[in-house]
Design a protein around this ligand. Sequence first.
Ligand code: CA
Length: 382
Amino acid sequence: MNRRDFISGAAVGGVVGIGATAAVMTSMKDAPAPKVTEAPVAAPAVVKDRIELAMVTTWPRDFPGLGTGAQRFAERLQAMSDGRIQVQYFAAGERVGAFDSFDEVASGNAQGYHAADYYWKGKHPGWAYFTAVPFGLTYTEMNAWIRFGGGQELWDELGAEFDIKGLMCGNTGVQMGGWFNKEINTADDLKGLKMRIPGLGGDVMAKLGASPVSLPGGQIYENLVSGAIDATEWVGPWNDQVMKFYEAAKFYYYPGMHEPGSMLAVGLNASFWSSLSPSDKLLVEAAASMENDVMMSEYNAKNGASLAQLINNNGVELREFSDEIYDSFGRASDEVFSEVVAHSDLAARIHASFLKAREEVGGWTNISDQAYVAQRNRVLGL
Ligand code: CA
């Protein structure tokens, strides 16, 4: 969608209409009244406060969940402001490549991105914590850490080094472990595998002898089918079925140790963010927070049915990672985390805060959600 198409949308059209009406009414107080059929009438009261927000993303256009969620956020923010905040949305490749989104916003060329912040771990490993890390937090645990456990403050401190202000704006929930073209019975079976897996999860796989690569979503399928990679993780059944990975890899493993509740983010250019009025900041926060909730609801609503289709219609073999493999993931994760902590004082403080949340909130999860669901499903035979 180009800019012309976008601004012809209903929300903006409504504002133009209101502005034009106001201008005509104003003109009627004056004499002589100008002909209203002349050149388009300016709408100064609206134009004066109009805010342009160019938003780049790491997702293909209309990609279920990640892409549609980002688009929903953009449309919602524009609608919530009655079109005063105009969000010009660019899917991956429409303005810059997926992984160039960060620099586009940090530099001020665009005002915001929607992405998974762990894509930027090469710039600072702290970014990984604000999507998901191995043996990390689930959706509800993540929200608790970010909102009440000091997570947002550390995210802001990290973002300030790059002129980025991050806000929670979506979550996939627990991700699947990935697609493999052979069974993974022991950790040794991971050796030599070329696997698409970003973030610190990729570093864990490297410790176990695999070769992790980071590819944007739009390039995974072709690499898997061509044999350039042997395995991939992406998200979960709903998204992965759309990607048709089952055409090249039949074994679908769970649960993913690497992304237990991947938070998506809106990253705003810090100068742009600080230029907003307090009420506009609240609007942006409200629109983002709503998407954080809505996206998670959509994933939870759709993953189960999609998994059944993958198994029943697409010939997928569902497999669970063994305890032995999980133990190996755990040991490798410890090594990766020790390297992260050594990176910088800020990385160490982010990790320490994360550990505290994992222990406190995760401990509560153990006797609340986990204990209840285990008993419910045992009694009901689910
Ligand atoms: Ca993933």
